[in-house]
Design a protein around this ligand. Structure first.
Ligand SMILES: Cc1cc2nc3c(=O)[nH]c(=O)nc-3n(C[C@H](O)[C@H](O)[C@H](O)COP(=O)(O)O)c2cc1C
Length: 228
């Protein structure tokens, strides 16, 4: 993730993007965060609805969020999730793929399967944004359905690729749906909107073991059909 804008092709960006889960504390200029958010809004959307709302949180506002989340986690507070992150009873290849990336990550971190407490503690790093100096939070009108949520994904991918083009790492985080009550309260999200996800953004800490994780992709034979 060190290529500058001039060197990176779209194809390189798509191939090179990966989730970063360990950041340097070095701040990212608010102008850069704003520019990326605005440029990502060129994403296509059904009917040009552009259903996203985006909050940028950095500086003292982020410190406040992290402090509140540290208390929430330390006190074992559990909220009603904003939505179900996965279908109930996920099984088959979907469950296998989810487990595989988790095992790859915990393998690099040296946390064995039996050590549930260490795994839970590491998962809680989501709520410290893996040390990132900034975050985006994406919210959406509650009336929107699957087609518009798919549009949010278009925006998210543009956002992550534009960040990469600036030399910045990202991690999309739907884990925030577990604490959407707290996040929506802090952001002042109006009741007609709900949180989709957070996105940690910053400079990758290349010494962080979590960043050695490389996710697989299923062979195209598992999901591609050509009708010729
Ligand atoms: C919408 C969305 C939400 C995600 N939520 C989380 C999350 O809460 N925590 C996390 O560590 N990774 C999260 N991820 C990252 C995925 O685990 C990751 O994209 C996937 O394993 C593929 O790895 P890669 O991004 O490195 O290619 C999320 C990704 C997406 C697209």
């Amino acid at each position: 993730m060190t290529q500058g804008p001039a060197a990176m092709t779209l194809r390189d960006g798509i191939a090179d993007r990966r989730s970063v889960r360990g950041f340097l504390p070095t701040p990212v200029a608010t102008d850069t965060l704003r520019r990326i958010a605005i440029e990502a809004a060129r994403a296509a959307t059904g009917g040009n609805l552009q259903p996203w709302h985006v909050d940028i949180v950095t500086g003292s506002a982020l410190e406040r969020l992290k402090a509140i989340m540290a208390d929430v986690i330390a006190n074992g507070i559990v909220e009603v999730p904003g939505y179900a992150i996965y279908p109930p009873a996920l099984d088959g290849v979907y469950d296998q793929r989810r487990r595989a990336v988790g095992e790859a990550l915990y393998g690099h971190l040296g946390i064995p399967r039996e050590d549930k407490a260490a795994r839970r503690a590491w998962f809680a790093r989501n709520f410290a944004l893996f040390g990132a100096p900034a975050a985006y939070f994406i919210t959406v009108d509650r009336r929107m359905g699957p087609p518009q949520w798919a549009d949010l994904g278009m925006y998210l991918q543009c956002l992550m690729l534009l960040a990469l083009d600036e030399g910045l790492g990202t991690c999309a985080q739907e884990a925030w749906a577990l604490y959407s009550v707290t996040v929506e309260g802090l952001l002042g999200t109006p009741p007609e909107r709900m949180l989709f996800c957070g996105v940690a953004i910053g400079w990758e800490d290349k010494d962080d073991a979590a960043n050695r994780t490389r996710s697989d992709r299923a062979p195209a034979t598992e999901w591609l059909t050509i009708h010729d």
